[in-house]
Design a protein around this ligand. Structure first.
Ligand code: ZN
Length: 156
């Protein structure tokens, strides 16, 4: 049973690796961040277009192993159209799944579930998480700059 599931997961990962979704760079991103995983040689850039607190468009570019690139491809699919808060919740959910410290909501994760198998290879967990950390950095950067633009109008 387990090996059949592993095959299915591997197929999903390879599909995203070979046919990456939302690959490239936005012409005029609101925010773009880069991340790297020197242990494996993975590099990821995530560019975001954010409108009214929602991720209107997203692209990723990069190079590296199949896990890092497939994870980035799945990430762009799952966060597109989501609010920044929803995206941050998904980042937390995915990180939790990769660290195995919580039971993931499978419906919510979709194809991302296929990366669960990576947990068996601790050195590859960083590969799977790279694009997500890079995304989180971008969201936080954007939130910081919008807060700064609003200046003293906010008390929080
Ligand atoms: Zn890697």
């Amino acid at each position: 049973m387990a090996s059949g599931l592993d095959d299915l997961y591997r197929d999903i990962i390879l599909d995203h690796y070979r046919t990456p979704r939302n690959r490239g760079r936005l012409e005029k991103p609101d925010v773009a961040t880069q991340g790297s995983n020197p242990l494996c040689g993975d590099e990821i850039e995530v560019s975001l277009m954010i409108r009214d607190g929602r991720i209107e468009d997203v692209r990723f570019d990069g190079k590296g192993c199949s896990i890092s690139q497939a994870s980035a491809s799945m990430m762009t699919e799952s966060i597109k159209g989501k609010s920044l808060d929803e995206a941050k919740a998904l980042i937390a959910l995915f990180k939790g799944m990769m660290h195995g410290d919580e039971t993931p909501d499978v419906d919510e994760l979709g194809d991302l579930e296929s990366l669960q198998g990576v947990r068996k290879y601790p050195v590859r967990i960083k590969c799977a998480l790279l694009s997500w950390s890079t995304l989180l950095e971008g969201i936080e950067l954007h939130e910081k700059s919008t807060r700064a633009a609003q200046g003293s109008t906010r008390t929080t």
